[in-house]
Design a protein around this ligand. Structure first.
Ligand code: SAH
Length: 343
């Protein structure tokens, strides 16, 4: 069965025409799915019953089920464990900021990138998510919290650029005026650095933010943390970032997880300065979330602030990312792993 929630409005019009239905039905159904967040065809009460039944027999209607929620006592961040139609699990996080609510979604079930510090990749990739399944995480959270989502970050489980076509379709649907109509500028896609995907995304000329998970400023160090560094060098990455900026005018975000004794020294900060000084960019420093299967630790004492100061001294925009939800298995993929071990 075809996945109706992954169709664009134009495609849905063609579907309706093919069924001999009036094409205005397409817009009605589309708005039910993406604007009013219907959970099934049954919700679409102003549609003739016969049409609803016909759609239900022809199309798959995806929905995610919340199987676990953890709420941080510290900052109200909520982490949801969602079950997909085939029983597989993904995580999404809801964060409340002064400027609005932000949702972090997963793009794959598992991941095949193999980053040394990350819990999502420990069992490899199971499958990629469909556009509808990425949307469903946001739709479910909107319904569960009763609050509008204004920002979306694709930074949960998975490598979004390893699921490129579905990601792009998801972005089109998410920003569509007949759906949640989320502004492109409020969307961030984070990648471990798949250069061809970064360049392809640049060519789409969207106004979304591209975040690059850098974590080290030399190839030698990066290779120790991220297998993808064996495939693409930092110089190729920097060229791709420059290309992204050239095509979109959007400044790049660099993610840098600080790991005690691994990439957090003053010398490491100086290496990063040499690499990005003068670039139109922003650096997010994230003290590593310890994952129990790995023995990485957070920087000691004043290392994080010293690292930040070194960047600032050189005119680089930098924030230390608040560790939202540390008390609730905040690190990517940890909740899912625990639940699976439990089953
Ligand atoms: N695959 C994409 C997006 C998912 S990971 C990417 O690599 O960017 C989202 C971010 O969390 C990445 O920057 C990733 O490197 C980082 N990350 C993963 N595990 C972490 C951990 N245990 N502590 C801190 N950051 C982590």
């Amino acid at each position: 069965m075809q996945d109706i929630k992954s169709f664009t409005l134009e495609e849905l019009k063609n579907e309706m025409a093919g069924m001999g239905e009036k094409t205005y039905r397409a817009k009605q159904i589309y708005q039910w799915m993406h604007g009013k967040l219907a959970r099934s065809f049954d919700d679409m009460t102003d549609l003739p019953l016969a049409l609803r039944q016909r759609c239900a027999s022809l199309y798959e209607y995806t929905a995610v089920k919340s199987v676990k929620v953890q709420e941080s006592a510290v900052d109200g961040t909520r982490k949801y464990l969602f079950e997909l139609g085939d029983g597989k699990l993904v995580e999404s996080v809801w964060m409340k900021y002064k400027h609005g609510n932000s949702v972090c979604i997963s793009s794959q079930v598992g991941c095949r990138m193999g980053c040394a510090f990350c819990a999502s990749t420990l069992d490899g990739l199971e499958r990629s998510l469909k556009p509808s399944e990425m949307l469903d995480q946001i739709y479910a959270i909107t319904l569960l919290t009763g609050e509008r989502v204004s920002n979306v970050v694709v930074m949960g489980i998975g490598e979004p650029l390893d699921n490129y076509d579905n990601l792009l379709r998801f972005l089109v649907l998410l920003t569509d005026e007949n759906g949640l109509h989320i502004s492109q500028r409020n969307i961030t896609v984070s990648t471990c650095g798949l250069v061809p995907g970064m360049r392809r995304l640049a060519d789409e000329k969207l106004q979304i933010t591209l975040a690059l998970s850098l974590h080290a400023a030399t190839d030698e160090k990066r290779k120790k943390l991220m297998p993808v560094a064996n495939k693409y060098s930092i110089s190729q990455l920097m060229d791709a970032c420059a290309y992204y900026f050239e095509k979109t005018g959007r400044r790049i975000t660099f993610e840098y997880s600080l790991i005690g004794g691994v990439n957090d020294s003053r010398e490491n900060a100086a290496e990063l300065v040499r690499l990005i000084k003068g670039m139109n960019c922003h650096v997010n420093l994230i003290p590593v979330n310890p994952v129990k299967e790995r023995n990485f630790v957070q920087p000691g004492g004043t290392f994080t602030t010293a690292f930040k100061n070194e960047l600032e001294k050189n005119g680089i925009n930098v924030t230390i990312r608040r560790e939202m939800g540390r008390d609730i298995d905040g690190a990517c993929g940890q909740l899912r792993r625990r639940q699976r071990a439990f089953r």
